[in-house]
Design a protein around this ligand. Structure first.
Ligand SMILES: Cc1cc2nc3c(=O)[nH]c(=O)nc-3n(C[C@H](O)[C@H](O)[C@H](O)COP(=O)(O)O)c2cc1C
Ligand SMILES: CC(C)CC(=O)C(=O)O
Length: 359
């Protein structure tokens, strides 16, 4: 098993999951053209190594918002890990801890925040969607703080879930045995129970997500926690600038893995202008289509502090639970360590803009 590549994990996962679940995990919005566009943006970037640097010891370690990581790598928030494996987020947390990677737990996690924390030996962040019922958010923030979560991630690219053709065709609904256990069942009920031609996930978001929030509401959230605040889904430099003004600690530059605004700019293309806009005033994380250790290096050269990986963690989970996720992370870390050596960049801080060219 240890010899599997991420590509092989993907193929194995597809064979193990029911087709509608696979479609939910893998699918994108609208034309789905962003799935390949995100990858193409990273493929257009080539690495330019330096030579005769002492790389006998390479140290991929970083500190991100106070979280110590073995490498600039985290798992992106993804709903319902139990769709991939019965142990769900508990298995993912165990693997992330073993690899020294960050795990961002989705508000729609299928295991409790406390059970996930009990299984984790590494840092956890909690991702939130802004639900109409604000008391739910207050309660989640308090529970996250009590359980030792180290940051809050507010996802801002989803005032509603976008039209995703595969889910609509499948009438996708979250299977009854799997629940977003951290949120009141009444608030989640629309996610269950399929209807032909309609995604229950999309229907639920229209019912429960607060699409009216603006920058001013951030202050409300800020007042309720001393945890660092991260915004996920920022692609415009103007929004990055506003985020800094509003005291945000980090941004996840992301087009939601091609699942939200169709034709949105790939994160790797959006990053350079955002780097210029924030000028070092907040940390930057990139996600979308990260599949190789070299992608981590490319993101760092573009000016990111770290990357998140999404679907590959679920491929590992579907393949063999915690061991599979740990192996997916190991593959990425081993590749990244090799890139450090071959790039002549023995420390994460050695990656800079001169290390890449676009072609
Ligand atoms: C199955 C699935 C569920 C997701 N759920 C969430 C979520 O609950 N919250 C969120 O902010 N992003 C969610 N995302 C988006 C990811 O956090 C991330 O932006 C994206 O998957 C990164 O792209 P990648 O999968 O190509 O690595 C989800 C993505 C997938 C594939
Ligand atoms: C349940 C969904 C709202 C989770 C999500 O963000 C996604 O599927 O991309």
């Amino acid at each position: 098993m240890a010899a599997l590549t991420l590509r092989e994990y993907r193929a194995e996962a597809e064979g193990r999951l029911p087709a509608p679940v696979w479609d939910f995990l893998e699918g994108g919005s609208g034309t789905e053209s962003m799935l390949s566009a995100g990858r193409a943006a990273l493929d257009r970037i080539r690495l330019r190594p330096r030579c005769l640097v002492d790389v006998s010891v390479c140290d991929p370690g970083v500190t991100l918002l106070g979280s110590r990581l073995a490498a600039p790598l985290g798992i992106a928030p993804m709903a319902y890990h139990q769709l991939a494996h019965p142990e769900g987020e508990v298995a993912t947390a165990r693997a992330a801890g073993a690899a020294g990677a960050l795990l961002t737990v989705s508000i729609f996690a299928s295991r409790t925040l406390e059970d996930i924390a009990a299984a984790a030996s590494g840092p956890l962040w909690l991702q939130l969607y802004w639900l109409r019922r604000r008391e739910t958010l207050v309660e989640l923030v308090r529970r996250a703080e009590d359980a030792g979560y180290q940051a809050l991630v507010l996802t801002v690219d989803a005032p509603r879930v976008a039209y995703r053709p595969r889910d609509a065709r499948n009438g996708f609904a979250v299977p009854g045995g799997i629940r977003a256990v951290n949120v009141d069942a009444a608030v989640m009920s629309a996610s269950h129970g399929g209807a032909a031609g309609e995604s229950a996930i999309a229907r639920h978001s229209k019912e429960q997500f607060d699409a009216s929030i603006t920058w001013r509401d951030l202050a409300w959230l800020r007042e309720r926690t001393s945890l660092p605040l991260v915004l996920k889904g920022v692609l415009a430099p103007e929004d990055a600038e506003l985020a800094v003004e509003y005291g945000v600690d980090a941004l996840v530059v992301s087009n939601h893995g091609g699942r939200q605004l169709d034709f949105a700019i790939p994160a790797a293309d959006a990053l350079p202008e955002i780097v210029d806009a924030v000028g070092g005033r907040c940390r930057l994380i990139l996600d979308g289509s990260i599949r190789y250790g070299a992608d981590i290096a490319k993101a760092l050269c573009l000016g990111a502090d770290a990357v998140f990986v999404g679907r590959p963690a679920l491929w590992g989970l579907a393949h063999s639970g915690s061991a599979g996720v740990a192996d997916v992370l190991r593959v990425l870390l081993d590749e990244f360590e090799e890139v450090m050596a071959l790039m002549g960049a023995p420390r994460v801080g050695d990656f800079g803009n001169s290390g890449i060219v676009h072609h």
